[in-house]
Each structure stands twice: as C-alpha cells, then as structure tokens.
Design a protein around this ligand. Structure first.
Ligand code: RB5
Length: 155
C-alpha cells in the first residue's frame, strides 16, 4: 500500500513518529511536508496530499495538524476525497468500512503518539465493506457533482 503523509508545524513531530512506525511495518510512505517546524499554511499541505490521492498516486493519506480539523476541512474540498478526523480506533475502523475514507486526519494537540499509532493501524487494516454503504458513498459523490454544477452556474 502506498501512503501519502503530511502535517503542519504543529504536527511535525507526530508525522516523523508515524513515518518511522509505518516504515517499520513495511508501508511505503511519501512525505508531502512540512519538512521542519517553520510555520506553514496547513491547507497547502492538505491539498497536495488530497490531489495526489485523487489522481491515484497513492491509495491512502494521513494528514495531521493541531486538531486534525483544518486538514479534513481542506482535503474534503478536493473532488472525490473523503477525509475523516479520527481520535479513536472505532471511528478509524468505521471511516474505512462505512465511509471509504481515503484520508485519515488527526490532531497532534488532541492525542498522543501511541494512540495515533494504534489509530493508524486500525485504519490501515480496515477496508470498505460495501453492501448498504456503497449506495451512501455513491450519494456523496452525486451531491458533490450536483453542488459543484450549481456553484458554477451561479458565478
Ligand atoms: C495551527 O496552525 C493550527 O491552526 C492547525 O495546526 C490546526 O489545528 C488547524 O486546524
């Protein structure tokens, strides 16, 4: 599995810890920054990772900031992306099984590194379960198309 990872300065240390954790598990990781603790605009990192996933370059992405929220809000603006903020293992598992979320976001100011590793493991090993969830996820894509069209025609 190819995983893209990104963080702002608030989550730089957590990103480095998770990169080492994933490498130890044999997961192929590409780092989209930040590459040090200098302040960055988290939307810039979120869009790079989300666009790479939407283009099929990676199967999954992990984004981190102080809360995980700004990363999720931004990544979800990229068409086709489903990003979920998860700070517990049950949500991480459901984000894959029910929502087919390709991106996991977490907040380095919300949880510690050991919990973050457990959440990443739960999320990586879970797959979309299909069944009744398929129609629901398809519906999200339908609304995305419809809302994009109506926004374009208003401008
Ligand atoms: C710091 O820029 C903080 O706003 C950011 O890390 C994140 O928590 C935003 O959602």
């Amino acid at each position: 599995m190819r995983v893209a990872i990104g963080a702002d300065e608030a989550a730089f240390d957590l990103k480095e810890i998770l990169k080492a954790h994933l490498a130890q598990k044999g997961v192929e990781v590409e780092d989209y920054g930040a590459f040090d603790k200098s302040p960055v605009l988290y939307p810039d990192i979120a869009v790079k990772v989300a666009e790479a996933i939407a283009a099929g370059k990676h199967e999954r992405g992990i984004l981190m900031c102080g809360t995980g929220l700004g990363m999720a809000i931004t990544a979800n603006k990229v068409p086709g992306i489903r990003a979920a903020t998860c700070h517990d293992t049950y949500s991480a598992e459901r984000a894959r099984k029910s929502n087919d979320a390709q991106i996991l976001t977490m907040g380095a100011r919300v949880i510690g590194p050991e919990l973050a590793k457990t959440i990443v493991d739960a999320w990586l090993k879970s797959e979309f379960e299909g069944g009744g969830s398929t129609r629901k996820v398809e519906r999200i894509a339908e609304y995305e198309k419809k809302l994009r069209r109506s926004t374009r025609s208003e401008s």
